[in-house]
Design a protein around this ligand. Structure first.
Ligand code: DON
Length: 309
């Protein structure tokens, strides 16, 4: 098992980094505006436990929407597909990630998929536990196991920043509570959701977590089955169809791997049966995807030919 800097990847980082100048930091969560827009990092973790990395690989960032894949895996494994898909659909949406529009027009009223905010809020509301503390501890323990790092935690500053400004996500929750899609206390769901979004790690840890999905739910280092095969498959499928929001079609065309982005500028990539990829660069395009991160994945695809299509 080796973990080392890659000259080839460094070259691609050099090529992709200038693209960050054309993007903007997410500003609707005030604490995210403190990021350095020029940061760019990448790591690849293969199924033999080897990793290569380049760029600002030590830089930590919050998962934001990448956490939606993890909460989905966690909840599906604990309460089952039937319970979950009664409340959230399986279809992509052409709308922005925080849109409320389809909740009113789609019948029966439920979020189209678990990768948009409305759907993820439903999934978070289903995290098992008798109180919020128990719910959070269980979920965090799961994320720690996936990354192989027991020190993984959330940023309190980011969590508070999002919690105090999340009017739209609260609106989504209240709408869904009115329609019986969400049960439970909105403030408790919001606290859990903003905590999961504020979990921090670096690109190496993100790549290692991706390798678990690439390895059909099995930890490539220990061999332990951390996520049931069928649930890892469901997660990867959502990543292809909905992982890059309303740019998922274009991303499938240009890069062609299951991936999930977050407004912090992180992107989780999974190449089935091959490796996990973690990318970070905080300047975003207008749809909320990392600009230089996306470009870097395109360049990597040209070089290593990893599209699954
Ligand atoms: O709920 C939110 O708006 C954020 N915590 C996460 C959104 C996000 O990452 C969308 N990504 N492109």
């Amino acid at each position: 098992m080796t973990c080392q800097v890659s000259r080839e990847l460094e070259q691609l980082v050099l090529q992709a980094r200038p693209y960050s100048a054309h993007g903007n930091l997410a500003s609707y969560i005030p604490a995210l505006e403190k990021a350095n827009p020029n940061h760019l990092s990448v790591a690849i973790f293969d199924l033999d436990g080897n990793c290569i990395y380049a760029g600002d690989y030590k830089q930590k960032f919050s998962l934001q929407s990448i956490s939606k894949v993890l909460s989905l895996a966690y909840v599906l494994a604990r309460i089952g597909e039937e319970e979950v898909f009664q409340r959230v659909g399986m279809e992509p949406t052409g709308d922005p990630f925080n849109s409320i529009a389809k909740l009113e027009t789609v019948k029966p009223s439920k979020p189209l998929n678990p990768m948009i905010n409305a759907g993820a809020l439903v999934v978070t509301s289903l995290i098992p536990g008798t109180n919020p503390r128990e719910q959070w501890d269980g979920f965090l323990a799961f994320v720690r196991t996936l990354t192989g790092n027991q020190k993984i935690d959330y940023s309190q500053e980011l969590q508070e920043s999002e919690f105090t400004t999340s009017y739209l996500n609260r609106a989504l929750c209240f709408f869904m509570k009115q329609h019986g899609i969400i049960v439970g206390e909105v403030e408790e769901i919001m606290e859990l959701y903003t905590k999961q979004c504020s979990i921090e790690m670096n690109c190496l840890e993100l790549a290692q977590l991706g390798a678990v999905f690439a390895n059909n739910g099995r930890n490539p280092v220990t061999g332990e089955q951390l996520i049931p095969v069928q649930i890892a498959r469901i997660c990867k499928t959502f990543m292809v169809t909905c992982g890059m929001y309303n740019a998922s079609g274009e991303f499938a065309m240009k890069v062609g791997i299951p991936a999930k982005s977050g407004v912090s500028g992180g992107i989780l990539g999974v190449i089935p049966n091959r490796c996990g990829i973690g990318v970070f660069s905080p300047a975003l395009d207008e749809k909320g995807n990392s600009l230089a991160g996306w470009k870097l994945l395109e360049l990597m695809n040209e070089k290593y030919n990893f599209s699954i299509f």
